[in-house]
Ligand binder design. Structure first.
Ligand code: FES
Ligand code: FES
Length: 156
């Protein structure tokens, strides 16, 4: 079966079993390995990508349901060689430990900041609940993300 979709702005066609997860298609067919395969069951958020404008776990989406979809992965989030505000804050605050959870976290929080440019710490924590970090540096991650509004001059 052929499934047509757009990935990082490029038209792509997947030929194969429509039950294959988007995560497997991204990693194995298109060699986009930024989305990580950890739980494979929708619990950890390491595989989150943007599907039609929403941050969602790619491991739970059969490719057969994505005909005509627009998918953005961490590789296509920012122009080559640049960081968006979320990536820049995490890098500046040096909060990445093993790094396994970060692609999914960046996808979730980049979408979140599109709709809430000046969130409270509680709102940031709530938005992060679907993204588990086994290295558990949560407070430092929240510090980094909370700094975004300050650096944009939204908080005095
Ligand atoms: S690998 Fe998809 S949510 Fe954990
Ligand atoms: S930095 Fe290691 S899992 Fe989050």
């Amino acid at each position: 079966m052929a499934i047509r979709l757009t990935i990082n702005g490029e038209k792509q066609v997947f030929h194969g079993d429509p039950r294959t997860s988007l995560l497997e298609v991204l990693r194995d067919t298109f060699r986009l390995t930024g989305a990580k395969d950890v739980c494979g069951e929708g619990f950890c958020g390491t595989c989150n990508v943007h599907i039609n404008g929403e941050a969602l776990p790619a491991c739970l989406r059969p490719i057969g349901m994505l005909e005509g979809a627009e998918v953005t992965t961490i590789e296509g989030l920012s122009p080559m060689g640049t960081f968006n505000a979320v990536q820049a804050a995490l890098e500046k605050h040096d909060v990445v430990q093993c790094g396994m959870c970060f692609p999914g976290l960046v996808m979730t929080m980049s979408k979140f900041f599109e709709t809430n440019s000046n969130p409270s710490r509680a709102e940031i924590k709530s938005a992060m609940t679907g993204n588990l970090c086994r290295c558990t540096g949560y407070e430092l991650i929240v510090d980094a993300l909370a700094s975004i509004a300050h650096e944009r001059g939204l908080v005095q």
